[in-house]
Design a protein around this ligand. Structure first.
Ligand SMILES: NC(=O)c1ccc[n+]([C@@H]2O[C@H](COP(=O)([O-])OP(=O)(O)OC[C@H]3O[C@@H](n4cnc5c(N)ncnc54)[C@H](OP(=O)(O)O)[C@@H]3O)[C@@H](O)[C@H]2O)c1
Length: 280
């Protein structure tokens, strides 16, 4: 299957050869949308990936108009196992090299594992974990040849421990952190850096989409997507390995180092619940 690439005008092909290019998945909303603006402002050409074709086109037009950067959009469902290869092949055909890969697309399936929908969960594993691994596998060799590249993988504070009512989601995000730290170490000295950004609760479409807009966690304050994206952007530019977004989240993760694991699990269960405290 061919990939459909949207480009506003043909001059872009030259721009893509001359300037550095960042590919951002999940660019149509939330943190990915903010990443797109930051990279465009910094002068990168962009390849934006998500399912919502209309939103991607609007964003591409907005970024080109505002920052004069060249933007391609590719509407793809990353829950399809063939999507990463199709994206890669489509860009190869246009001779477009990716210097920065931002694996940001992701979603949650909320609820007790005994009740959640298996197909949705398998799609989540495919988007949050398999497509991220697959895209990294495909774009890394080109970065190695050039001796330059940056990979930003979006994990979560949920990467650091089990998440009752988000059991599969947190497991996918643990994978993202573990995978990112491991390959960052393997790639030392190659000119390629790998950064895992771990946001806590952030105001985006995420909670509404997962039907979890009333959970206790959200009563403790949420960060805005722009701030989280800025933290991720600055960290990737410095080539940092792991960054937890926000002082409160950093402190929480630090404190969990000194807590028994079953206590952390019960605490997260309460945060992910609606209403009453479940862990006493
Ligand atoms: N918000 C939070 O509190 C929070 C906390 C920790 C980590 N995170 C992580 O941050 C990342 C961004 O999420 P967000 O908070 O910005 O949520 P969001 O506003 O819901 O954005 C999610 C993005 O992922 C894309 N996406 C979802 N399913 C996809 C699929 N099957 N194929 C292709 N693209 C898909 C969506 O685009 P389309 O719908 O157009 O496809 C959208 O652009 C995710 O990895 C999430 O797990 C979020």
């Amino acid at each position: 299957m061919e990939v459909e690439i949207y480009m506003k005008n043909s001059r872009m092909n030259n721009d893509f050869k001359e300037k550095k290019t960042a590919l951002i998945t999940g660019a149509s909303s939330g943190i990915g949308y903010e990443f797109s603006k930051l990279f465009a402002e910094a002068g990168y050409n962009l390849v934006l990936v998500a399912r919502n074709k209309q939103k991607l086109k609007q964003l591409a037009d907005e970024l080109e108009g505002k920052f004069g950067t060249s933007v391609m959009s590719i509407s793809k469902d990353l829950s399809a196992s063939t999507a990463p290869q199709e994206i890669f092949d489509g860009l190869q055909q246009e001779s477009i090299h990716i210097d920065i890969l931002v694996n940001n697309a992701g979603f949650n399936v909320y609820g007790s594992f005994s009740e959640t929908d298996l197909m949705e969960e398998l799609q989540m594993v495919q988007v949050n974990l398999v497509s991220l691994t697959h895209l990294t596998k495909l774009f890394l060799p080109g970065m190695l040849i050039k001796g330059y590249g940056k990979i930003l993988n979006v994990g979560s504070t949920g990467s650091f421990g089990p998440g009752p009512f988000n059991a599969v989601y947190c497991a996918t995000k643990s994978f993202v952190l573990s995978f990112s730290e491991a390959i960052a170490e393997e790639l030392q000295g190659t000119g390629i850096t790998v950064t895992a950004l771990c946001p806590g609760a952030t105001k985006t479409e995420f909670f509404k989409r997962a039907n979890m807009a009333n959970i206790n966690l959200l009563k403790r304050g949420v960060m805005d997507a722009k701030t989280v994206a800025e933290i991720g952007y600055n960290s990737v530019m410095k080539g940092e390995n792991v960054v937890i977004a926000g002082t409160y989240n950093k402190l929480m993760i630090f404190l969990t180092r000194f807590m028994p694991r079953d206590m952390i699990t019960k605490m997260v269960k309460d945060m992910m619940s609606v209403g009453k405290n479940n862990y006493q």
